[in-house]
Design a protein around this ligand. Structure first.
Ligand code: AFP
Length: 340
């Protein structure tokens, strides 16, 4: 990217302009998706401002509530959830919402109902808030199957049925990464304009990377293939260099780095958590969708992640995602174990 030229750029591709351009390729489109996305973007801008001010405004700290996973909620989690739920309902384009923070799905009342189902984690990585580490919002969007009478069946669809997915990372800059099915594009918030500008067009993950990303503190409970894979990362037997370990503990930040630099992010099953930790609908699926659209892969240890059909809205799954060749290696180790 030519930064000198960027500084003088006058033809700015904002996210709205980008999505409108995409929309114009589908003459039958009614603009509903563009409207929905603009409400998600508004939510992200709000949360970005709140995250930046958190230390100052004393927004950090416990809100005294516990979310459905039994974790203590922080004020910012509560605030972000409220903002996204309201923004999504007021778009008039949603019919069912599933949030990490709400035990039950929200069914939008008929007068405000639209055709989209949105699954989201309004503020993922919240244990990192207090120390100012990057955190993010993750979302996935489905088209409702039964628009007259939406049911949970409309939510419990395989990830490959998503029409779009993305995340917004609140880090040293605020970055919005989106795929509407073809390709992956990244936008950076220009705070002076209040607009997300296309800065990372057509992101492609390198076929192989030099970084692995995992919580090694869980190693004593890992299964054979995960343990063998991480051992290979550190002590390769094929003459290649060892991989570097990078782990932030904030999925959006770890996946963003993996997408840009290549490598693999893993949150495997272990003896204590046979289904891993990460949630299928609003963590595993959107990130797997982005990885595949960028040329990578996502695998659960048993199958392609996007083919999973969740049975409940807060279900968890192990996940291995990232560069195509790196994920291929872990798939081979699981396949070999199956034959033993
Ligand atoms: P928190 O929201 O509790 O910080 O959890 C973040 C997260 O869901 C995901 O963003 C990380 O990848 C993962 O958990 C980290 O989990 P460990 O702390 O067990 O490594």
């Amino acid at each position: 990217m030519d930064h000198a030229a960027d500084a003088h750029r006058t033809d700015l591709m904002t996210i709205t302009r980008f999505v409108l351009n995409e929309q114009s390729k589908h003459p039958e489109s009614r603009g509903d998706f563009t409207i929905l996305l603009s409400h998600i973007v508004l939510g992200c801008k709000f949360v970005c401002t709140a995250v930046n001010k958190a230390g100052l405004a004393k927004l950090i700290g416990l809100a005294g509530e516990t979310n459905v996973q039994g974790e203590e909620q922080k004020k910012l989690d509560v605030l972000s959830n409220d903002v996204f739920v309201k923004a999504l309902i007021s778009s008039g384009r949603t019919c069912i919402l599933v949030s990490e923070e709400d035990e039950e799905a929200t069914f939008v009342e008929p007068s405000q109902r639209g055709r989209y189902v949105v699954v989201f984690d309004p503020l993922d990585g919240s244990s990192n808030i207090d120390c100012g580490v990057s955190i993010g919002t993750i979302f996935g969007i489905y088209m409702v199957k039964h628009s007259n009478e939406p049911t949970l069946d409309d939510v419990l669809q395989p990830g490959e049925n998503m029409v779009a997915a993305g995340y917004c990372m609140y880090g040293s800059s605020c970055t919005f990464v989106l795929s509407t099915g073809v390709g992956v594009n990244g936008f950076t918030l220009d705070p002076s304009l209040g607009e997300f500008i296309l800065t990372h067009p057509d992101i492609k993950i390198p076929n192989k990377g030099k970084i692995y990303s995992v919580n090694e503190g869980n190693a004593k409970n890992w299964d054979g293939p995960t343990a063998k894979y991480v051992e290979k990362c550190k002590f390769p037997t094929d003459g290649s260099s060892s991989k570097s370990l990078r782990y932030i503990g904030s999925m959006v930040a770890d996946v963003h780095r993996t997408l840009l630099y290549g490598g693999i992010f893993l949150y495997p099953a272990d003896k204590k958590s046979p289904n891993g930790k990460l949630r299928v609908l609003y963590e595993v699926f959107p990130m797997s969708f982005l990885m595949e659209r960028a040329g990578g892969q996502a695998f659960t240890g048993k199958q392609r992640a996007l083919e999973l059909v969740p049975k409940n809205i807060h279900e968890r799954s192990p996940i291995f995602l990232g560069s195509y060749d790196d994920v291929e290696e872990i798939k081979a180790l699981y396949a070999a174990e199956g034959k033993e």
